[in-house]
Design a protein around this ligand. Structure first.
Ligand code: UGA
Length: 457
């Protein structure tokens, strides 16, 4: 619409920053992606996305070609280029296992702001402990040229891997944690492309304007709720198993109540990835520091249920393979187990805290010979668990298997032909760790199917 648009930088070109940089270039902004990781920057500048996200490669190449998108390792260049700088660096779990480590946030801010030559806005996007925005504001006032009046804002992101383009281009809400009208207006302008797209498609993007602390908390509260929802249904799965009931029918039935909703109620081996597990731990640690630890004690239980869900696969394998628990658990030696899935969820190559890999490791520790196949996650899985055997195809993975475990619900597994696979295995036993198979179909093909929280068929 011709109005001047601010130039944007995204500090940190990991999953979050790279996706945002590419999508905002696609919306028409002039964008610079910044990272200290030289090989990553070269790769992006050469048009290759360093992780798997459907559709992103094309957008990257198109926007580099259009001259709207560049990448650099030079923070001085970033300071000169940008009007709005989005902080997208990682906030890993601290070595003590609980709180979030803010070293990358600190170095991004202190690398950037001394080089600023005009007023700019720093916008936090990374998932952080509440209070971080205030701390960044202090860092800025210490390191930025005082006369510029550099400001800070907080605008958390909610993107889901495998669905990230949609989540950035068509967000279901925008949260603006701001302290001034200037910061508010700047953020709105920086998202004009998002509003224009919504307008063209006859949609609304709800905007919540709030304070820093609330904006920061929205993010962790949302992830805590999602984790709780998953652990709730997995707890129900445990009860269903004990009672001989079917958790998939139960989830469907409670989900018809709009107050409950039918999303995020898929029972199985639980949540993993780079976000939910670490976020609920960091949230508890932060609440503890604030003297509100008791309020989040239930998240500890959410975590325990999640860990237990992973353990269920080993228990079921022990039953199916008639290898009872000894003092060190079941002994699977001499048995071949095919593990289908390595990524923490389908349409992703991310294996961080992946339930599938945790289970593969545990089955191997109990003596099984494991063969892993994943459509996208193999490279990352090999780096994480180099000692496992990896199969080049689904067919190779299951050949000769005494048990097949479906641990990531890729379409390739869900719609695999149980008759064809049945010809390859040593025994037609399958654990459906994601309750994603058409159990009647598999059963008709002669398989014994065990889901989680479902009667055996
Ligand atoms: C999650 C949130 O969904 C995003 O909104 C948030 O922005 C993101 O974390 C983040 O903090 O950056 P993501 O980690 O990509 O996104 O993945 P999810 O789709 O939430 O799945 C998380 C895990 O829960 C997966 O292992 C998935 O298999 C599991 N899950 C999900 C279930 O076990 N059952 C379900 O019903 C849904």
């Amino acid at each position: 619409s011709g109005a001047p648009r601010p130039r944007l930088t995204f500090l940190g070109t990991g999953y979050l920053g790279a996706t945002y940089a590419i999508c905002f270039a696609e919306l028409g902004y002039d964008v610079l992606g910044v990272d200290v990781d030289e090989p990553k920057i070269s790769k992006l500048q050469a048009g290759a996305v360093p992780f798997h996200e459907p559709g992103l490669d094309d957008l990257l190449r198109r926007n580099i070609a259009a001259g709207r998108l560049r990448f650099t390792t030079d923070y001085r260049e970033a300071a000169e280029f940008g009007d709005v700088h989005f902080i997208c660096v990682g906030t890993p779990q601290r070595a003590d296992g609980m709180g979030a480590d803010l070293v990358y946030v600190e170095s991004a801010v202190t690398s950037l702001v001394p080089h600023l030559t005009r007023k700019a806005l720093l916008v936090g996007k990374s998932t952080v402990p509440v209070g971080t925005a205030e701390w960044i504001e202090q860092l800025v006032s210490k390191h930025a040229p005082a006369e510029l009046g550099v400001e800070v804002a907080w605008s958390p992101e909610f993107l889901q891997e495998g669905h990230a383009l949609e989540d950035v281009l068509r967000p279901n809400r925008l949260i603006l944690g701001v302290k001034s009208q200037w910061a508010h207006d700047m953020l709105i302008t920086a998202h004009k492309g998002v509003f224009d797209l919504a307008h063209n498609e006859d949609r609304e993007v709800p905007v919540v304007v709030t304070d820093f602390a609330t904006a920061e908390l929205v993010k962790v509260a949302a992830n805590a709720f999602l984790a709780t929802k998953i652990s709730f249904i997995n707890a129900m799965a445990e009860v269903c198993d004990a009672a001989g009931a079917d958790v998939t029918q139960l989830a469907k039935s409670i989900g018809y109540d709009a107050r409950i909703g039918n999303k995020f109620l898929r029972a199985g081996i639980g949540f993993g990835g780079g976000c939910l597990p670490k976020d609920i731990r960091a949230f508890q640690a932060r609440a503890q520091e604030l003297g509100a630890g008791e309020a989040l004690r239930f998240l500890h239980e959410v975590d325990l249920i999640n860990q237990r869900s992973r353990g269920r696969v080993v228990q079921i394998a022990s039953e199916l393979l008639a290898r009872p628990y000894g003092p060190a658990g079941p002994d699977f030696s001499g048995l071949n187990i095919a593990v289908l899935g390595a990524a923490f969820k389908p349409n992703s190559d991310d294996v961080r805290d992946s339930p599938a890999l945790a289970i593969a490791r545990s089955l191997a520790r109990h003596g099984a010979q494991i063969s892993i196949f994943d459509p996208q996650g193999m490279e990352n899985a090999k780096r994480e668990l180099p000692d496992m055997t990896y199969a080049p195809t689904l067919g190779d993975a299951v050949t000769g298997a005494d048990l097949v475990c479906v641990l990531t619900e890729w379409e390739e597994f869900r719609y695999a032909d149980p008759n064809a696979l049945g010809d390859l295995v040593a025994a037609k036993l399958v654990i459906d760790g994601r309750n994603c198979l058409d159990q009647a179909l598999w059963s008709a093909a002669g398989w014994t199917v065990r889901g989680l929280g479902r009667p055996s068929v």
